[in-house]
Design a protein around this ligand. Structure first.
Ligand SMILES: Nc1ncnc2c1ncn2[C@@H]1O[C@H](COP(=O)(O)OP(=O)(O)OP(=O)(O)O)[C@@H](O)[C@H]1O
Length: 306
C-alpha cells in the first residue's frame, strides 16, 4: 500500500517561508483532512508532493519515490489542485481522452469516470461553457481516471451543489474503504468532519496537528450537557447546590460543562425540575479547530459580535 511521506519539507518564496520543516505521513485506508488558515501552506505542500514545485529543502515521496520518478503518474496518483486546469476550448471528454492516452489508460475509463462524476451529459460541451461545479467534477474525473492508489484533492467541494456535496462525501469514504490513500484539503469544517478519519493541520507553514479526528476534537473541546426547562430557578438552584454551573444561552437553553448527562438527569429528576430537553453536546471540529489555530491565521477580519 502506498503512503505519502513528507520529511523536513521546506519551501521558501524569496524571504517568505510557505512550508516550514514539515514532517508527516498520509496513510492508506483512511481519509486525511488537510486543514489550516488561508496561506498556511496546504496547496504549496500538495504542489511539492506532485513535483510541480521544487522544495528548498526536505523531501516529499509517494510510495517511497518522488512523483517525478513515477512512470505514467496518473495510474498511481490522482490530484485535483485547480478546477480551471482543463483547456477551455476542449470538450470535457477530449480533455480526459488526452490525459488517458498520455498515461496509457484504457479509453473506457473516460466514460466510466464521466458517469461516476455525473458529467456524462455535458461531456461533449467545451469546458469554457462549464459552471464551476462542472469544472470541479471534471477535475475529480481526471483525478480518478487512472484508478490511482493515491488521491489528493484541494477543496473538492468548492462550487458543488448540495447533491454534489453528498456525492463527494460518499466518494471519499469509498476510496478510503478500498484501501486508497486520500488527502483532502478543505475550509469547511462540517464537511471535513463528515468524511475525515484523520487530520493534518498546518499554521504558517508548520505542522500543528497530525491526529485521528476524534482525538483532535476530544482533547480540545469538552462535551457538555444541554438542558431546556420551564423552571430555570429550580434548575440552577439544584445544579449550584451540587457544584455545577449552568450557563444560559440566548436560544433559551442551558449548558453545563464538565458534566455527564446521567448525573444531571438524576439531580433534576430528584429535585422535581421539569425538563423539556436533556442531551450531551459533543464538541465539534469547528470548535477544536479554532481552539488550535487561534493566532495562527495570517489574514483575519476584525472580530464581530455574534
Ligand atoms: N508562487 C508563489 N510565489 C510566492 N508566494 C507564494 C507562491 N505560492 C504560494 N505562496 C505563498 O505561500 C504561502 C502558502 O500559500 P498556500 O497557497 O500554500 O496556502 P494554503 O494553505 O493553500 O492557503 P488557502 O487556504 O488560502 O488556499 C502564502 O503566504 C502564499 O502567499
Amino acid at each position: 500500500m502506498t503512503s505519502i511521506d513528507v520529511q523536513n519539507l521546506t519551501k521558501e518564496y524569496g524571504t517568505r517561508r510557505a512550508v516550514d520543516d514539515l514532517t508527516f505521513s498520509v496513510r492508506p485506508g483512511r481519509v486525511t483532512g488537510f486543514l489550516g488558515p488561508n496561506g498556511a501552506g496546504k496547496s504549496t505542500t500538495m504542489r511539492l508532493v506532485l513535483g510541480l514545485d521544487r522544495p528548498t529543502s526536505g523531501t516529499a515521496v509517494i510510495g517511497g519515490r518522488p512523483y517525478a520518478g513515477l512512470r505514467e503518474p496518473l495510474r498511481h496518483v490522482g490530484a485535483l489542485l485547480d478546477a480551471n486546469a482543463a483547456h477551455g476550448s476542449r470538450t470535457g471528454r477530449d480533455h480526459l481522452r488526452t490525459l488517458a492516452t498520455s498515461n496509457r489508460i484504457p479509453g473506457r475509463r473516460v466514460d466510466e469516470v464521466l458517469e461516476e462524476t455525473g458529467i456524462a451529459a455535458v461531456a461533449r460541451r467545451r469546458v469554457r461553457t462549464y459552471s464551476l461545479g462542472m469544472r470541479q467534477r471534471l477535475g475529480i474525473a481526471a483525478a480518478l481516471l487512472g484508478d490511482p492508489e493515491v488521491v489528493m484533492l484541494d477543496e473538492p467541494s468548492n462550487g458543488l451543489d448540495p447533491e454534489g456535496i453528498v456525492w463527494i462525501r460518499a466518494l471519499l469514504r469509498r476510496l478510503a474503504a478500498e484501501g486508497r490513500t486520500v488527502l483532502v484539503s478543505s475550509h469547511l469544517m462540517n464537511e471535513t468532519a463528515s468524511f475525515a478519519d484523520h487530520l493534518v493541520v498546518l499554521g504558517r507553514g508548520r505542522l500543528l496537528a497530525d491526529t485521528p479526528m476524534r482525538e483532535f476534537i476530544d482533547t480540545r473541546v469538552c462535551p457538555r450537557v444541554r438542558i431546556r426547562t420551564t423552571d430555570a430557578t429550580a434548575l440552577t438552584g439544584v445544579l449550584a447546590r451540587h457544584g455545577h454551573e449552568a450557563v444560559r444561552h440566548e436560544a433559551g437553553h442551558w449548558t453545563v460543562d464538565h458534566a455527564r448527562v446521567d448525573d444531571i438527569g438524576r439531580l433534576a429528576s430528584a429535585a422535581g425540575v421539569p425538563l423539556l430537553e436533556l442531551a450531551t453536546e459533543e464538541g465539534t471540529l469547528e470548535q477544536a479547530y479554532f481552539d488550535l489555530t487561534g493566532g495562527e491565521a495570517e489574514f483575519t477580519a476584525p472580530s464581530q459580535e455574534v
